[in-house]
Design a binder for this molecule. Structure first.
Ligand code: CA
Length: 529
């Protein structure tokens, strides 16, 4: 089989081989433990030690551990100081840096290329192409089915295990009845459905004069019915609009309101006698960023994006302090990350990544994100790992923390997440993930395996930084493009023709991944791509 045939095999889902679930290549050490589960690098002793550690903790704490996710919107891998940014690029991040110093800093953690795909994947453990949530559901979309109707979400599973589940902040995964956070498993929701840009386009006359200064157009925009409110909703209960966003100032203060809610909620949860799952999803630093009163000009650079980084960092400090004040830190896993890379189209209202590309692309800048795991007294301070972590692994890892077995998951669908509890918690923990698959909507674009990355499709910007608004998706040529990220982190010079053994192995791994869609077909919810 030549390279071209391997490439075709990897990209043509219908041509899956009959030996679909056999181990794909000589490079692989991963083992498939069930037909519908992503193969894992077996680490039985490490797993057993982690389970013992968890059992001891539970005996000591008298309850299961709390899980807190602090999800930043569109922050680049290079923004926090502990990843090489911080004060050196005009926005110090002392709180994020401290969490990294006192916890585990992951340098090869991967998101999906955009907001909605990541946000749905971490709550389902499944690739967006499997759930149908490949992009935001917009007000004008005529979807044919509710993608959440048959998904078994993490908050739903955790609720069944005795957890209180709260989402504070941005949602962006459907705002009709049946798709809101409190419809899909969260007990309580307090936040905004859309991204900041979708709010600012009706109030910022400087950036959107053709809408804001044209009453007819603005009325047409509002007729789509998209929410522009701070919403408070309860599972099986009322949903109310707390405040309409009517000005730039309202957007600027959004994260402060969310932070105040989260801190108040932590105090309540601490005395409720139940473990909890709290996802705090920041509105910032997604464009359009407007500095809040307290943080205007507080960054070294004075630019709104950088002030937003400083604000988010300060709120992370305040939220962690609230957990500390409530004496919860030694029984809480805190995970800090970003839902995708920097949106360069909105520069200078953009994050920073030292890597190639941007949000929406399969290049490293699009999908490689900062990720820090912190658990006082449990995760050894000062750890750092370059082994692979996919944010979808948060799903499986959370199940293990809550003592929920995979027998609670339906067997009729494929799970892409991997339980990484032992990687995160053990002092010398190693990743159980060998590969990260990178999709853009319905296209399988690339795969990282160890330090190698193979592209079968690429995204090219046709103007400086316009990686979304003026870009093309292109098939590669005679062979997939294979990069060694350790010697070429910017993906500039493929080594394919000099690394034939790995090229063939990696093409075979992509083919095996593609083959999972034969038995477990993608869900189509009628979203036009
Ligand atoms: Ca995002």
């Amino acid at each position: 089989m030549n390279r071209r045939q391997l490439l075709l095999g990897a990209t043509m889902l219908a041509s899956a081989p009959s030996r679909a679930f056999a181990q794909a290549s000589t490079l692989s050490k991963a083992v498939r433990t069930a037909e519908n589960m992503e193969p894992v690098v077996p680490r039985p002793e490490q797993d057993a030690a982690a389970l013992r550690k968890l059992a001891e903790l539970q005996t000591r704490a008298g309850r299961k551990p709390n899980i807190v996710w602090l999800l930043i919107d569109d922050m680049g891998w290079g923004d926090p100081g502990c990843y090489g940014g911080g004060a050196a690029i005009g926005a110090a991040t002392p709180n994020i840096d401290r969490m990294a110093q006192e916890g585990l800093k992951l340098t090869s953690a991967y998101s999906q290329p955009t907001c909605t795909p990541t946000r749905s994947a971490i709550l389902t453990g499944r690739l967006p192409v499997r759930t149908g949530l490949t992009r935001p559901i917009l007000a004008g979309d005529k979807i044919t089915r509710n993608p959440w109707a048959d998904e078994v979400s993490l908050p739903r599973l955790l609720s069944g295990a005795g957890y209180t589940t709260v989402l504070s902040g941005k949602w962006h995964v459907g705002e009709s009845v049946g798709m809101r956070p409190h419809d899909v498993g969260f007990d309580e929701y307090y936040g905004y459905y859309p991204a900041q840009k979708e709010l600012s386009q009706s109030v910022d006359k400087r950036r959107y004069p053709d809408l804001v200064l044209n009453p007819e157009r603005l009325a047409q925009l509002h007729e789509t019915g998209a929410s522009e409110a701070l919403v408070h909703g309860f599972k099986g209960g009322a949903t109310t609009d707390v405040q309409q966003v009517k000005s730039i100032e309202d957007i600027a203060e959004a994260d402060r309101l969310l932070k105040e809610f989260t801190i108040k909620k932590i105090a309540e949860l601490a005395t409720a006698g139940k473990p909890f799952f709290l996802e705090h999803a920041f509105m910032k630093v997604h464009a359009d960023n407007f500095a809040s009163k307290e943080f205007e000009g507080k960054s070294g650079s004075k630019y709104p994006y950088k002030d937003a980084v400083v604000e988010v960092d300060a709120y992370i400090g305040e939220i962690v302090k609230a957990l500390d004040d409530a004496k919860l830190l030694d029984n809480t896993l805190i995970f800090i990350t970003s839902d995708n890379g920097p949106q360069m189209d909105s520069w200078p209202d953009s994050g920073y990544s030292p890597f190639k590309g941007a949000k929406t692309t399969p290049w490293e800048a699009g999908v490689r994100v900062p990720a820090i795991a912190y658990w006082k007294g449990v995760i050894k301070p000062g750890r750092q790992s370059d082994e692979l972590f996919d944010l979808m692994d948060l799903f499986n890892t959370s199940l293990t923390l809550a003592g929920i077995g995979i027998d609670k998951l339906p067997g009729d669908r494929y799970y892409d997440g991997i339980d990484q509890t032992s990687f995160l918690l053990m002092d010398d923990g190693r990743s159980k993930r060998e590969k990260v698959y990178i999709w853009a909507q319905a296209d399988l674009m690339a795969m990282r395996m160890y330090e190698y990355k193979i592209h079968v499709k690429i995204v090219e910007a046709k103007a400086q930084w316009l990686w979304t608004d003026m870009s093309t998706i292109t098939d590669v040529g005679l062979a997939p493009w294979l990069f060694n990220l350790y010697i070429d982190p910017k993906e500039e010079y493929p080594v394919g023709h000099r690394q034939n053994a790995w090229l063939a192995s990696m093409a075979a791994e992509m083919k095996a991944h593609a083959a999972t869609f034969k038995k477990y077909p993608p869900k189509n919810i009628g979203l036009a791509q």
